[in-house]
Design a protein. Structure first.
Length: 270
């Protein structure tokens, strides 16, 4: 650590490409912070795998990032956060661990007078009840209305962000939660921030959208500041991207998620 701050990078990881929305939010919120991103693109999706397998893969990724001398770990994958967070914490030791479920839940309960809190996510995230459990731990009186949205991930990866099919799909998925008069809606998947303009149209202006990527970046900023781990100096931040496979469409999809060029992507062979 230099006298002007801690210039070690932040480690961010996901089962695939979705966590790049968290990286994008971190770049915007913390422009001085270096980032090492890991996407397990060879073994995605995690949602169809057993808990033991997800825990094993998660442990491998955490060990890899710790070897990159990161100062904080951010679990950008909702599936990993839902079923393997204890593994991350155990491996991390005294390295702070932040996850998108914690960040989203905190932001949801902070919305004043929001009534019912809506949560949308992939089937495994919704079925794990992880958001509802964390929200109730923070606010026992909160009402949570959850809805699985399995078609959103393929639609986002196809680039159909404002396609009539996507709009009709969103209307169908959101109908039951909107019927509960929700005051806020947690976007419980790292793909969903790309659908924010469309979801805002469908949900209406009265519903506050909670972007787990943005809330994770805000929470990371607060933790780094409180722990005295924020980067210092005026050097431009360095970004590195590691994946376990580089499919043909990774660059295109990744740059859509990141909102800028990815530059070099490094492949990891276990």
């Amino acid at each position: 650590m230099s006298a002007s701050g801690d210039n070690r990078p932040i480690g961010v990881f996901d089962s695939g490409v979705g966590g790049l929305t968290v990286v994008r939010a971190l770049m915007e919120r913390l422009p001085l912070e270096g980032i090492v991103y890991f996407g397990d693109t060879a073994r995605v999706p995690y949602g169809v795998k057993s808990v033991a397998t997800i825990e094993h893969f998660t442990g491998q990724i955490v060990d890899f990032l710790l070897r990159q001398e990161v100062k904080m770990l951010i679990v950008a994958c909702n599936t990993m956060a839902a079923v393997a967070l204890k593994i991350v914490a155990a491996r991390a030791g005294d390295i702070p661990v932040l996850d998108v479920i914690e960040a989203g839940a905190r932001a949801a309960v902070a919305v004043p007078g929001s009534g019912c809190i809506g949560v949308i996510g992939t089937p495994i995230t919704i079925n794990s009840n992880a958001y509802a459990r964390r929200i109730h731990a923070l606010d026992p009186g909160a009402r949570v209305c959850s809805q699985a949205c399995p078609l959103f991930v393929p639609l986002v990866e196809e680039g159909w962000l404002d396609h009539p099919v996507t709009r009709l799909t969103a209307q169908e998925y959101l109908r039951p939660v909107l019927a509960e008069n929700i005051g806020s809606l947690v976007l419980g998947c790292t793909h969903y921030p790309l659908l924010k303009p469309l979801l805002r149209d469908v949900a209406g202006e009265k519903v506050k959208l909670i972007d787990s990527a943005e809330t994770a970046a805000e929470l990371a900023a607060a933790w780094l500041r409180e722990a005295g781990l924020a980067a210092g100096g005026q050097e431009p931040a360095a970004y590195r991207y590691f994946v376990t496979d580089v499919p043909l469409r990774f660059q295109t999809i990744g740059e859509r998620f990141l909102g800028r060029s990815l530059g070099g992507v490094e492949r990891v062979d276990w």
